[in-house]
Design a protein around this ligand. Structure first.
Ligand code: FA5
Length: 335
């Protein structure tokens, strides 16, 4: 009878080929209501003298079944592990996937460089909205409605009173409204004009510079701008100040540097002049101070606004401003 049990067990275990069936088989034989447990319980029904022998036989077969189940379990576990390793394996000889990575746009690179130079000189960094009120873009800067100076900047109008800012100068007014002098900041950002050729794009970047305190003079302006331009382009770069006009500065100047593309000989970028205009500047017009309640008798200051694309063109010898915005990867990869 015991031999039959062993035979049945061996048949059943040989048909098992996964761990879950094996666990069921273990329960069937060794579980609380399993065959072996039943047999052990039924010992009590036997005559006293038969019990030790039967008990021994049942225990032997129990040990046999346990050992067989254990060894099959470890074999099945190993097989499953092997299968899993095979399906998870990585072929280290395969070539890697190319992950393209980007880099900073040349305009952002130049913007960070400009910002770093001014921050080292003690200027803070301010921001203003790109969609701006006519009041800040023009009126508070001494450019009233219908003033001919509005023609200097071809404006995108959103409505009668709202424009895409044509320059970063409105930030001057916004900062002065919030703060008392002394103030010293730069304001980098995007500006918009209805303008397009090899040195003009409808969206471009400016960095406004502004400093107001007691006793600020034009020589402070020259000193700061020359220090900046020499750090940006090298100590021997020629810099010139030309008299100019802006309604919000008096006196006003435009600042040129020697054309780096042609070395001053004249090319299509500098339109044959050997010089390239990169910024407008001047002493803050007292009329602008009046709009924000600064006392022009007590305070004076300078302001400037530079074109970032122009600076980037000179720095990297690029002769067409539109290259910055064509998103040609062959161009952008070079920076
Ligand atoms: C202004 O925008 C004045 N707000 C600058 C200023 C600030 C003067 C503070 C005085 C005091 P202007 O229009 O000249 O000035 O522009 C300044 C610079 O922006 C130019 O020197 C040029 O470098 C750049 N720029 C102007 N228009 C364009 C354009 N369409 N595309 C690219 N750069 C431009």
């Amino acid at each position: 009878m015991m031999e039959d049990l062993k035979k049945t067990f061996l048949e059943e275990i040989s048909a098992v080929n996964n761990l879950s069936d094996l666990s069921n088989l273990r329960v069937k034989y060794l579980g609380r209501k399993g065959i072996i447990t039943d047999r052990l319980k039924s010992l009590s029904a036997l005559p006293h003298e038969e019990r030790p022998l039967q008990g021994k036989k049942i225990n032997e077969i129990k040990e046999f079944i346990e050992a067989d189940l254990d060894s099959k379990e470890s074999r099945l576990k190993q097989e499953e592990l092997k299968k899993q390793l095979l399906s998870d394996s990585v072929d280290v000889t395969l070539s890697g996937k190319f992950v393209p990575f980007g880099r900073q746009h040349p305009i952002n690179k130049v913007l960070s460089e400009i910002t770093d130079i001014f921050v080292k000189m003690g200027f803070s960094v301010e921001e203003g909205p790109e969609v701006e009120l006519d009041y800040y873009n023009f009126e508070a800067l001494n450019i009233p409605k219908d003033h001919p100076a509005r023609d200097m900047q071809d404006t995108f109008y959103i409505s009668d009173d709202i424009v895409l800012r044509t320059h970063t100068s409105p930030v001057q007014v916004r900062v002065m409204e919030k703060r008392k002098p002394p103030v010293r900041f730069i304001a980098p950002g995007k500006v918009y004009r209805c303008d397009a050729d090899i040195t003009h794009t409808p969206m471009f970047h400016q960095v406004e510079g502004f400093m107001v305190d007691k006793g600020i003079t034009f020589s402070n302006l020259k000193g700061v701008l020359e220090a900046f331009l020499h750090q940006m382009f090298g100590a021997d770069t020629p810099v010139r100040f030309r008299p100019s006009f802006f309604p919000f500065t008096e006196p006003s100047a435009e600042v040129d540097i020697g054309c780096i593309l042609c070395g001053g000989a004249g090319c299509r970028v500098c339109k044959g002049s050997g010089w390239l205009e990169i910024l407008g500047a001047g002493m803050v017009n007292p009329k602008v101070f009046e709009h924000v309640g600064y006392d022009p008798e007590e305070y004076s200051g300078f302001a400037f606004g530079m074109g970032v694309e122009r600076i980037a063109m000179l720095k990297y010898s690029i002769d067409d401003i539109r290259m910055f915005y064509e998103n040609d990867i062959r161009f952008l990869r070079q920076f």
